[in-house]
Each structure stands twice: as structure tokens, then as C-alpha cells.
Design a protein around this ligand. Structure first.
Ligand code: TRP
Ligand code: ZN
Length: 498
């Protein structure tokens, strides 16, 4: 790398031994080549961008580096105040973030909302840091060269916050009747750990959580260790496959844990159920292995090393979320909801949107998976669901039926609308239009091929349309997908013809 000379302060300290000409050259070099946007003492490189410019959440994520691994060690105390919302849960955290520099970095940001930062080190050396809104700006003692892998350790503590989304729903840290639940779509993960909180930067995780012995801590991946000492139990979870941070979860509560035996070569199942929901959810949860088998036939090999579910009380969480490996559901789920959330393991969790604009690649596929399940299990066909939507006879109210046409699935008008009906149902209609255009064989190849081609990666809408066109050229050369993109994916209003 081009390493910048020391800046004025340091230069002047060594003035007596630096010839004037050299000093002048050094100063010029400093001014022309070493822009240092951040505050504090500069070294080489520049500060990474404070956000990745997501069309809906421009500040999410950070430029200049790519995270490869998070090691989170959290010590959690659950303290209920008078009511649930004024919780006094306390987290004592250590986050070790391993990342690769994508440019010469004099400083870089992590996203963290709330919590108190106690110290930050980079490769073992104390770093300077300051906070500005959700940005934790870190200035390492030594500049980081492009290509270098570096390790940032943040020690932090405090009461993690609940975040209210633009659409009014709640995420981040959610106190529950008997514990707490951390959820992160689209921005909530910054409430409980510092990171590069944008879906485009996926990483592996070790999440190690210590809670009072009466409780369990459930997270993503596989449980590697569980040990109790002095009245507190430590649960060590590992996600060896890449995960977007919005899919990370931590569920703390007095759960009933079920680990049903499954066949060899099947992903092990780990289920945590609030005892109040145990009876009502048994039947649907017993279907999980069958749902995975069915989905593998349609979508290809299951992309992760384990599966399961986390069932909270209905009043404890407002929505279901496809948290990696084991989705969270509010109260006893029906099979259709499990199909939806488990389909996300392929579409969303393994093939992850490049930005929050590409949400329909998650929700359209997961909704279409529900239709396919119905079609294969004696319910309505996908065509019938498509027709009901087109004719305004799908939802309970005319208003909801109208909502499908509110905006094009690939272009939600604002952050408030990224989980509205066009992103779900109309996006599923896009997939059905493709199926009609290329035929069943080619369509099911496309579902599998897409999941395989982008496995454990990221993809945008343009990546998908390009892939689908290429696929159609080979499998259905007479099909023309362009009108589908124009009218169904990007077009305003209801397309003229079903
Ligand atoms: N992804 C969830 C699902 O469909 C729904 C959801 C929960 C959501 N929170 C969100 C979607 C925030 C977009 C933004 O299973
Ligand atoms: Zn979904």
C-alpha cells in the first residue's frame, strides 16, 4: 500500500532531524494523497463509508471492509420492570469481529444502536472510537492495509433497545413474558451487537450466551456446548454457514426443548417452544422434517446444517421471522406459516437480497412456496391462488385485495412499504407468470437452479431477471420474459391481462 507519512503533529515532533525539503515533500504528500475524513490522529488510508447506500436504509452497513466472522459472548440478565416495555434486561457483551479490509483504512464504522461501549481494540491494540447516532467510528492505532484481515474487539454493556420500524413494527430487543427475544429484520441486530448490519455482508457466527440457570438461550446454527456453573448456564451456538446479520436471533426463555430424532443425512431439528404453546403447536412442528423433505425436492438440498423453530407466545412477538436455521413464530404456527419460513432458508437466507429493495426475492418465493405446498397437498393450486388475487378474491377485505396493486414488487415506494402485499403476493404472481411462460419442468429447474447458483451468496432483482432469461433461452426458447418484468415486476398498477 501507499502508506501516508505521519501528519503535522508527528512530523513536527521529529523536526530537528528532518531536513526542510523532506518535510515539505512529506507535507505535500499528506495533503494530496492522504485524505483523512475522520477525526483524530490520522495514519494511512481513509475512513470507510458510514453506510452502504441502501436505497431504503442508507446508513445500514459500512464501507471499506467485509466481515468474515462474528464471535459474540453475551452475559444476559433478565429483569422485568413494572410492565414489559420498561424492561431492565442487561447485556454484558464482547464482540470479536473478524474482517478483511477492502481499502486502506485509517478508520471504519460499525453499526450499534444504544448500549455503552467500554473499549475497542483492533488486533489487540487499543483503538480510539467515538459514537455518532448508530455509527461506532473506530480509529485503530495503526492503519489497515487493503486486503488485510483484522480483528476488532468491542466490549459493551447496557440495556438493549427495542427499535420501531418505519412500518411501526418492533424489532431489536423484545422483552417477552419470561425472557427476551432479539430479532433483526431489517435493522434490529444493531440493538444487541456491533457489526456491519447490511444483508450484503454475510459472515459465520459463534454466539455464546450465559443466562440464569432457569432459562435457555437459543440462537442460530448448532448448539456446541451447554454448561452450568454457579447458577448460570452457558449456551454456545455456531453458524458455520454464512448468515446475514438480520437473520441472527437470540431467544431467551423457559422453553420446552425438543430434539426429535430424524433420519441419517437429515438436518438435525432443534425446537424451542414456550410451554404455553406446546400443546397447540405439536402437530405443525412435527411436520418440520416432512416440510424439509418436500422443499428439498422442489428447491434443492437444504442449505444449512440444522433446522427447527422457536415458538414464542402469541402476545410476545408481532410477526414470524425466518431467522437462520430456526424461524421464530408468534404462537402455535400452522403448517403454511412453517412452509413459508422454512422456504426462506433457501430464498432469503442462503440466497440473500443484495439490498432491501430486493425483498420480493425473499417474500415472493416464500409465498409461492405456500402455494406449491397447497397444490401438492390437496389444496388450491398456484393457478387458483393467482386467479383469486387477480380477481380480488384472495384476502378478507376488498381493501387488502386492492393493496396487491399498490406498487411494483421490485420498487417499494419507501422503507415503510418493504413488507407490504405487492412484495409478497404480487411477487408470487411474478413467479407464476414465469411458470406459465416456460412450463412446469423448466420452472422447477429454475427454482432449484437459482437456489444453487446463488447458494450462500447475495443477489439483486437484475441478477434474477438475467438468470431467468438465460435459463429460459435454454429450456423454453420461445418464451419471452421481458413483458413479465415490465408489467408485473416493474409496472405500476394492475396488469391488463392475467
Ligand atoms: N420476513 C418476515 C416473513 O415474511 C416478515 C417480516 C417481519 C418482515 N419483519 C419484517 C419483512 C421486516 C420485512 C421487514 O416471514
Ligand atoms: Zn416471509
Amino acid at each position: 500500500m501507499v502508506s501516508c507519512p505521519p501528519r503535522i503533529l508527528d512530523v513536527s515532533r521529529s523536526l530537528p532531524v528532518v531536513p526542510a525539503a523532506l518535510l515539505a515533500a512529506a507535507l505535500t504528500f499528506t495533503l494530496t494523497s492522504c485524505t483523512d475524513e475522520g477525526a483524530g490522529s490520522g495514519t494511512g488510508g481513509t475512513r470507510g463509508a458510514a453506510g452502504l447506500g441502501d436505497p431504503y436504509f442508507p446508513k445500514l452497513g459500512n464501507g471499506g471492509y467485509d466481515v468474515t466472522h462474528y464471535a459474540l459472548t453475551l452475559d444476559v440478565d433478565i429483569e422485568r420492570g413494572k410492565d414489559r416495555d420498561d424492561h431492565e434486561d442487561h447485556v454484558d457483551g464482547k464482540a470479536v469481529v473478524t474482517a478483511r479490509a477492502k481499502q486502506d483504512l485509517s478508520a471504519f464504522d460499525l453499526d450499534l444502536k444504544g448500549m455503552d461501549v467500554e473499549s475497542v481494540t483492533v488486533d489487540g491494540a487499543l483503538a480510539r472510537w467515538k459514537r455518532k447516532g448508530q455509527e461506532l467510528i473506530v480509529r485503530p492505532a495503526h492503519a489497515l492495509e487493503k486486503g488485510k484481515t483484522f480483528r476488532t474487539t468491542v466490549r459493551y454493556s447496557g440495556e438493549p433497545r427495542t427499535i420501531t420500524d418505519p412500518d411501526g413494527s418492533h424489532e431489536g430487543w423484545l422483552p417477552t413474558a419470561d425472557g427476551a427475544l432479539a430479532l433483526g429484520e431489517p435493522t434490529g441486530s444493531m440493538a444487541w451487537f456491533p457489526g456491519n448490519h447490511h444483508p450484503s455482508d454475510k459472515a459465520t457466527y459463534d454466539i455464546t450466551v450465559t443466562v440464569p440457570q432457569r432459562l435457555q438461550a437459543v440462537s442460530n446454527g448448532e448448539l456446541r456446548r451447554e454448561s452450568t456453573k454457579d447458577g448460570r448456564t452457558t449456551f454456545a451456538w455456531r453458524s458455520a454457514e454464512p448468515m446475514a446479520s438480520y437473520l441472527a436471533t437470540l431467544a431467551i426463555g423457559a422453553y420446552e426443548i425438543r430434539r426429535p430424532t430424524v433420519g441419517e443425512k437429515k438436518p438435525p431439528v432443534y425446537i424451542a417452544v414456550d410451554p404455553e404453546e406446546a400443546e397447540g403447536s405439536r402437530e405443525a412442528l412435527d411436520d418440520i422434517p416432512d416440510i424439509i423433505d418436500w422443499a428439498e425436492i422442489n428447491f434443492g438440498p437444504y442449505p444449512f446444517s440444522s433446522t427447527g423453530a422457536i415458538v414464542e407466545r402469541e402476545e410476545d412477538v408481532e410477526y414470524a421471522l425466518e431467522t437462520q436455521n430456526r424461524p421464530v413464530v408468534p404462537g402455535a404456527p400452522d403448517t403454511s406459516l412453517l412452509v413459508h419460513e422454512l422456504a426462506h432458508q433457501w430464498y432469503g437466507n442462503s440466497v440473500t437480497p443484495r439490498s432491501w429493495r430486493d425483498m420480493w426475492l425473499n417474500e415472493g418465493f416464500a409465498t409461492y412456496a405456500e402455494w406449491l405446498w397447497q397444490e401438492d397437498h390437496g389444496g388450491d393450486s398456484a393457478q387458483e391462488n393467482f386467479d383469486a388475487l387477480y380477481e380480488g378474491d384472495y384476502f378478507d377485505t376488498a381493501e387488502a385485495d386492492e393493496g396487491v396493486w399498490a406498487f411494483p414488487p421490485a420498487e417499494p415506494p419507501s422503507a415503510e412499504h418493504i413488507s407490504d402485499s405487492p412484495v409478497y403476493e404480487r411477487a408470487a404472481m411474478v413467479l407464476h407468470k414465469i411458470r406459465q411462460a416456460i412450463g412446469d419442468d423448466a420452472f422447477f429447474d429454475l427454482l432449484k437452479g437459482w437456489a444453487t447458483a446463488r447458494r450462500h451468496g447475495n443477489a439483486s432483482t437484475a441478477d434474477f431477471t438475467a438468470y431467468a432469461e438465460k435459463h429460459a433461452e435454454k429450456t423454453a426458447p420461445d418464451a419471452d420474459l421481458k413483458p413479465i418484468w415490465e408489467e408485473w415486476l416493474y409496472g405500476e398498477g394492475k396488469p391488463k391481462k392475467a
